[in-house]
Structures are given as structure tokens and as C-alpha cells.
Design a protein around this ligand. Structure first.
Ligand code: FMN
Length: 326
């Protein structure tokens, strides 16, 4: 069947599925694997790390996916990516869709809009997505509590987030947070989303650039592991939250942002310097994955993973006899 939504129309991909951003692993090669499977891949700007290397990555990704039916863009994580304006200039010159995330995009919005970029903004609260829409975002991504990445103390579960987004947002929107298989994908579309984003689920694929130990750790996740559940869906202690907010103008901004991230992930050592782990170690220790790991039980290629979701979703649609009302 044809998976046509406002997001596939906007991005030019076959399936309404977008790759999550990954601070160190969001390479052009992995974005190309996702695009070649018919989805929208993302190069995370902090992965190539400099504007010149980002330009090179964009060119290589574009060549690699030609004629594949997929598409790709660039993620700029505000507060993590240094000098984001310089990376945005590259996107404008290369005419590549942009996804901003992590923090408020207000200061960058005029540059993005004047540059004529196709712009999506990702946020953890629907009210921030509404704000991005008012700033001129062409589409938004909302991440519910079940997801990982930069979390929010006021985040709501993915189902509620998706339904609220449907009610409050006019531009196309993408749902994320704990999605990693066909029913979650179809469910989000049924709730009104124009597409889904998957972060954790894509990490357990053959092409994802971390070692097999990290991928095996995701396969072995016990979704009932209390520590993981607490980190991902537990609520933030209001006193700790107040304490980190009170530090906002007292420590360098980047340090404050990483403290806030650790508080939101319920890291009891959030005041100590962050451990010097590689991202693969972080994954192996399950410090960053979401509960989408509950659905991971093998490490397929990206294409097999996506074909599996689409095939199962189509079979499900066919099996629902109540869909045929006449
Ligand atoms: C290892 C890892 C690194 C991530 N790094 C970033 C990042 O640098 N910028 C960003 O916007 N989101 C980042 N995210 C969040 C994802 O892009 C996505 O929003 C999230 O994974 C969606 O939830 P899910 O994992 O349940 O699918 C990261 C997620 C993971 C698992």
C-alpha cells in the first residue's frame, strides 16, 4: 500500500518513519541506510562535528541514497552543537531539511526562516511544539515520556502527548517515545500523527555504528528492570528539579544543560562530573536507551527492520475487518 501522509509529502520519503538523532553516532552512513530503507535519515551535526565535515557528510549521504525513495536531513541539538548558526548556514547552502531539538529555537528561527529551510523542531512538551509552530516550524516532533534523549520533568506519556498534539497543532507532526514495532507505529498514525520517529529501536540494527556488546545489551533489556523504568518513566523529584533550576545562571550554560539532562534521567550523581564513557559504553550500561528496547529481540539490517514493521502493519490493517465499513 502507499504510505502517504503530510510528512512523506513534505520530506519526499516512502514511509512516514524518521530516524532519531544521536550525538556521536548520527553519521551520514547510518542516515543513508535509513533513507535506503525508504525512511527519513538524520545526520546529527555533532557527529561530523564541524561545518566543513557536515557539508562533506551531506554530499556523501546525497550520493549514497540517490534514487532510493528515502530522504535525509540534519539534526542540530541546541545547547549541545557549538556555533549552531554555522551548521545552519551549511544546511541552507546545501538545501537540506533541518531538525532542531533539545532547547528553545527562538534565537535561530529568523536565520532558519530567512534561509528558506524546511524546518522541523523536536520537543518533549506539546506546548513547546505549539511555540515552535508559532515561530514558523513546518513540522514538529513530540517525544513522550517513554522516549529517551533530552527529557522534560513535565513530559506526558506518548499516547497523551500524541493526542494532545493532534488537538493543538496544525502543521504536520511526528510522534516519538517508546515506538519500535508495527503496532506502536500504526497506533501513533491512528491517533493523528503524520509519522513516527524511532531512536532506540534503530540502534539494534546491523549498520548502527556501535559495537555488538552495546546492541546485545539492548536485545537483553528487561523492560521490568526497576532501575531502567525509573530512569525512563519515573517522575523527577521536585526538590532536585528546583535545585537544578536554581543553578541555571550560576554555572556555564552547557554544564547546566547536561546537569538538567541528568536530573531528568534521574541520575543520582548529577552534580558530579559526568563519567567519561563512550556512547557505546553508555548504551551497554543502558544509560540512554528507552523502553522501546522492550520490543528489540534481534539485530536485523535496517532494511529488514523497516520491511518487517511495514509488512506487519499492512497485515494488521488487512486483518481489521471493522475497517471495511461497507
Ligand atoms: C544514544 C542516544 C543519543 C541521542 N542523542 C540525541 C541528540 O544528540 N539530539 C537529539 O535531539 N536527540 C537525541 N536522542 C533522542 C532521539 O533522537 C529520539 O528523540 C529518541 O530516542 C526517541 O525515543 P525512543 O528512543 O523511545 O525512540 C538520542 C537518543 C539516544 C538513544
Amino acid at each position: 500500500m502507499e504510505w502517504k501522509t503530510r510528512i512523506t509529502d513534505m520530506l519526499g520519503c516512502r514511509y512516514p518513519i524518521i530516524e532519531g538523532a544521536y550525538a556521536k553516532q548520527g553519521s551520514w552512513k547510518f542516515a543513508a541506510s535509513v533513507a535506503k530503507a525508504g525512511c527519513h535519515g538524520l545526520i546529527t551535526a555533532t557527529t561530523p562535528g564541524t561545518p566543513a565535515k557536515l557539508r562533506e557528510s551531506i554530499k556523501r549521504c546525497r550520493e549514497a541514497i540517490e534514487g532510493s525513495g528515502g530522504s535525509f536531513g540534519v539534526n542540530i541539538s541546541i545547547g549541545i552543537c557549538p556555533e549552531p548558526e554555522k551548521f545552519i548556514e551549511v544546511c541552507i547552502e546545501e538545501k537540506v531539511p533541518l531538525e532542531t531539538a533539545v532547547y528553545r529555537p527562538d534565537a535561530l528561527a529568523p536565520l532558519i526562516k530567512e534561509g528558506g529551510l524546511l524546518w522541523m523542531h523536536k520537543s518533549a512538551r506539546v506546548k513547546d511544539a505549539v511555540h515552535a509552530e508559532h515561530l514558523g516550524a513546518d513540522a514538529v516532533i513530540v517525544v513522550g515520556l517513554e522516549g529517551t534523549g533530552f527529557k522534560q520533568a513535565e513530559q506526558m506519556p506518548t499516547m497523551l502527548t500524541t493526542l494532545m498534539a493532534k488537538k493543538m497543532i496544525q502543521v504536520p507532526f511526528v510522534s516519538a517515545g517508546g515506538i519500535g514495532e508495527a503496532r506502536g507505529f500504526l497506533g501513533a498514525l491512528a491517533m493523528g500523527a503524520d509519522g513516527v520517529m524511532m531512536g532506540t529501536a534503530f540502534m539494534a540494527t546491523k549498520e548502527f555504528p556501535v559495537n555488538s556488546r552495546a546492541k546485545e545489551a539492548i536485545v537483553k533489556v528487561d523492560p521490568f528492570d526497576l532501575e531502567l523504568r525509573h530512569r525512563v518513566i519515573g517522575t523527577v523529584d521536585p526538590k532536585v528539579y528546583e535545585e537544578v533550576l536554581s543553578l541555571r545562571d550560576k554555572v556555564p550554560w552547557e554544564l547546566w544543560l547536561s546537569m538538567l539532562e541528568r536530573v531528568n534521567l534521574k541520575d543520582p550523581d548529577w552534580k558530579s562530573p559526568p563519567p567519561k564513557w563512550s556512547e557505546a559504553e553508555m548504551i551497554a550500561k543502558l544509560r540512554v536507551v528507552s523502553l522501546a528496547a522492550a520490543f528489540v529481540d534481534s539485530v536485523p539490517t535496517v532494511k529488514d527492520f523497516i520491511d518487517g514493521i511495514i509488512g506487519e502493519a499492512e497485515a494488521l490493517i488487512d486483518s481489521y475487518r471493522f475497517l471495511k465499513t461497507r
